[in-house]
Design a protein around this ligand. Structure first.
Ligand SMILES: O=P(O)(O)OC[C@H]1O[C@H](OP(=O)(O)OP(=O)(O)O)[C@H](O)[C@@H]1O
Ligand SMILES: O=c1cc[nH]c(=O)[nH]1
Ligand SMILES: [Mg+2]
Length: 206
């Protein structure tokens, strides 16, 4: 299922990121902040266990998260979303999936993967600012499923309808969250209106 998170703060910050004159520092900071704001929506259905505690006044049955959360950034650009999410879920473990998209074929190529143990028991949150053709996200979800992950969420900033369709068809069990569903892909596979190359803008490589 696709959820587009509709929030004035996210819209404001995403507009700053879309501006071509926004520099690396502000781009990164706004991405970080949007990651944090998206967490509320992403975590709305996290299961809880009851836990017995003592307040200063009396015994109380409270709650704690029932499952481990694993964040899986798709390198490089996905790294820009990790801090904002981890700030709110400090116990989250981080996996890494390194992937680049071939500029001609638009096919994803994997160059790194590293996971924490027991993904099958975790809530796995795959993050990448850009969902364009969907090739990278589908490949990353294939990889975490191979590691045993069953409860998977895909969190992107900007998505194209083409990419959403591709992920939905390949992985109908995965919930997709976006800050914006954009219009289309151009002839180079870039999202329109989009925000350009997220990795280059985060790391200042262009
Ligand atoms: O949906 P897709 O068509 O697969 O495109 C999206 C992918 O492209 C970008 O990564 P890129 O290959 O530029 O690598 P980078 O993060 O290192 O810049 C982006 O961060 C996604 O991972
Ligand atoms: O628009 C796009 C498409 C793929 N990757 C990006 O960084 N931006
Ligand atoms: Mg890039």
């Amino acid at each position: 299922m696709l959820t587009v998170i509709d929030h004035p703060l996210i819209k404001h910050k995403l507009t700053v990121m879309r501006k071509k004159d926004t520099g690396t520092k502000d781009f990164r900071q706004n991405l970080d902040e949007i990651g944090g704001l998206m967490v509320y929506e992403i975590t709305r259905d996290l299961p809880l266990n009851p836990v017995e505690i003592e307040t200063p006044i009396c015994p109380y049955t409270g709650y704690e998260l029932a499952k481990k959360v694993v964040i899986v950034p798709i390198l490089r650009a996905g790294l820009g979303m990790v801090n904002g999410i981890q700030d709110l879920i400090p116990t989250a473990k981080i996996a890494h999936v390194g992937m680049y998209r071939d500029e001609e074929t638009l096919e994803p190529h994997t160059y790194f993967e590293k996971y924490p143990k027991n993904l099958e028991e975790a809530i796995t949150i795959v993050v990448d600012p850009m969902l364009a053709t969907g090739g990278s996200s589908v490949a990353a979800i294939d990889m975490v499923k191979k590691q045993g992950a069953t409860n998977i969420k895909l969190v992107c900033l900007v998505g194209a309808p083409e990419g959403v369709k591709t992920v939905e068809e390949a992985h109908p069990d995965v919930d997709i969250y976006l800050a914006s569903l954009d219009d289309h892909l151009n002839e180079h596979g870039y999202i329109v209106p989009g925000l350009g190359d997220a990795g280059d803008r985060i790391f200042g490589t262009k």
